[in-house]
Design a protein around this ligand. Structure first.
Ligand code: G16
Length: 553
């Protein structure tokens, strides 16, 4: 075994997006592609100086490593271990088999006081040899690295010329315990254990066991992704949910061909089961790395924005939040349903750009307890990632505490707070220049839109969302074009930062309805007039040649 110095060259396009670096597997499998990114990360973490002299900040440090089990996960783990050993890392805590969900990485980093964690996942993007792969760094708070760090890593990828890597043979990823790789310890850990303890500290496990003893049934679809082992261990083995409640529970390299994105379009099997005559009481799905969740009642899908609002309203029923919340945060395109609850409860409510990383400072500074996003993400201060299984346990606890079904809980919520009708339309794989031109033209048209009337509504404000972090003062510009109407309705345009093919335009539509008699309109019908306004303003069909969105959720 020896540490090698390997010459390399830069690759274009290694700037991390909304959540780390995501590319096709074939891109990641190019010689030195992954190695370059990880070496750049280690250089930055070591405290490299302006002259390119590496620092010593990695020495003696522990990192956490694991991924969602998708194609290339195991090979990437081996590569990263060899780079880590050559770059002075003292210890890596590795999920058994290279497996760790995103929230579990966050939990392990925090519980074991590691320097940070490396997550191998392209999250909700499809897997397999033709699918996507990704890598993300989480800092010592357990949360996604901030933009200062990711920009520094990107800058380093563009200039580095040398990799430092051990030529040791691959290690065995399966036996629990410590192995040595050069001078570095690799401790293979149970992927579920730390995470389970965090869940135990938040929820009343006896109450949940009691719920299942009453004959309560559920179907949790792990979509052949990393959430399976966690859900099976916690729901079935620890809490006594009926065997078979968790389906598609074994992580597969290609997710069994499923698109592990928990929304009604991709989790159709769950939706079918939940609308069948013998449907279980509760349904839920998670994504590739188990940080997203979709909650479904019998014949009733919960919008992620409503889920956040409802969790906020009922948080005191959960032991971990019984003393109340410090505040709440949502990403800008997420509906304002939670704002209404926060106002009623007198809680601070923050609006951040899309990306879980923007919640990190607010959580660390003790300004918020719950966070959520329209993209099927909810979470709390227990880790610094959104957390799919946590959301499932939260909703199960609400049902146990109130004895009410998902549908009843949501409809009662609407009666009290009104309903924020909400949808997101995705236009996928648009030519990048077409998407960019659409956004440029939209931005240019903003001043002229203010005061314009569309049907019964007038544009009260139109802007390109900019965010100043209330904790560190950092500014993030160009986070989405917003048309804000005088009745509270919103039309938002944004380019996704997680796609790997062309550009994805996201159109977010929202309007508020206070009258309970009007709460049962189909969502797309309720928002059809706003979709027409969006088309009129942006000309999406004409520009993209797409008559309808690729996906509407
Ligand atoms: C990531 C981020 C989320 C974001 C989502 C969608 O989720 O962590 O904060 O809301 O992408 O981002 P975009 O609209 O830019 O595609 P995940 O689950 O993919 O890691």
């Amino acid at each position: 075994m020896a540490i090698q110095s390997i010459s390399t060259h830069s690759f274009a396009g290694q700037r991390p997006g909304t959540s780390g670096l995501r590319k096709k597997v074939t891109v990641f499998m190019q010689p030195n592609y992954l190695e370059n990114f990880v070496q750049a990360l280690f250089d930055v973490l070591s405290g490299i100086d302006a002259e390119g002299q590496r620092g010593t900040a990695l020495q003696g440090q522990t990192l956490v490593l694991g991924g969602d089990g998708r194609y290339h996960n195991r090979a990437a783990v081996q590569t990263i271990l060899k780079l880590a050993a050559a770059n002075g890392v003292a210890k890596v805590l590795l999920g058994q088999g290279g497996i760790l969900s995103t929230p579990a990485v966050s939990a392990v980093v925090r519980r074991r006081a590691a320097l940070g964690g490396i997550v191998l996942s392209a999250s909700h993007n499809p897997g397999g040899a033709e699918g996507d792969f990704g890598i993300k760094y989480n800092a010592n708070n357990g949360g996604p690295a901030n933009e200062t760090l990711t920009e520094a890593v990107y800058a380093r990828t563009q200039v580095l010329t040398e990799l430092r890597m051990s030529d040791a043979p691959d290690i065995n990823l399966n036996p629990l315990g410590v192995q040595m790789l050069e001078q570095m310890q690799v401790e293979v850990i149970d992927p579920v254990a730390d995470y389970l303890e965090v869940m135990r500290s938040l929820f009343d496990f006896d109450q949940l066991r009691g719920l299942f003893q009453t004959g309560f049934t559920l179907r949790v679809d792990a979509m052949n992704a990393v959430g399976g082992p966690y859900a099976k261990a916690i729901l079935e083995d620890v809490l006594g949910a009926p065997a078979g409640s968790v389906v598609n529970a074994v992580p597969l390299e290609d997710f069994g061909g499923l698109h592990p994105d928990p929304n009604p379009v991709n989790a159709t099997d769950l939706i079918d089961h939940m609308s069948a005559p013998n449907a279980p009481d509760f349904g839920a799905a998670m994504d590739g790395d188990a940080d997203r969740n979709m909650v479904v009642g019998r014949n009733f899908v919960v919008s992620p924005s409503d889920s956040l609002a409802l969790m906020t309203a009922h948080a005191k029923l959960i032991p971990g939040y019984r003393h109340g919340l410090l505040g709440v945060a949502r990403s800008m395109p997420t509906s304002a349903a939670v704002d209404r609850v926060a106002k009623a409860l007198g809680l601070p409510c923050f609006e951040t750009p899309t990306g879980w990383k923007f919640f990190g400072n607010l959580l660390d500074a003790g300004q918020v307890t719950l966070c959520g996003e329209e993209s099927y993400g909810t979470g709390s201060s227990h880790v610094r990632e959104k957390d799919g299984l946590w959301a499932i346990l939260f909703w199960l606890s609400l049902q146990a505490a109130t004895g009410k079904s998902v549908q009843t809980l949501v409809q009662e919520h609407w009666r009290i707070y009104g309903r924020n009708y909400y949808t997101r339309h995705d236009y996928e794989a648009i030519a990048v220049d077409v998407a960019n031109a659409l956004m440029v033209d939209l931005r240019a048209s903003l001043p002229g839109l203010v005061g314009q009337r569309f049907g019964q509504r007038t544009v009260a404000a139109a802007d390109d969302f900019a965010y100043t972090d209330p904790v560190d003062g950092s500014i993030s510009n160009h986070q989405g074009v917003r048309l804000l109407f005088d009745d509270g309705a919103r039309v938002i345009f944004r380019l996704s930062g997680t796609g790997t093919e062309g550009a994805t335009l996201r159109l977010y539509l929202e309007r508020y309805e206070a009258n309970p008699a009007l709460h049962a309109v189909p969502v797309q019908t309720a928002l059809a007039d706003l979709a027409a306004v969006a088309e009129q303003v942006a000309g999406i069909c004409a520009r993209t040649g797409m008559a309808a969105p690729s996906v509407a959720t």
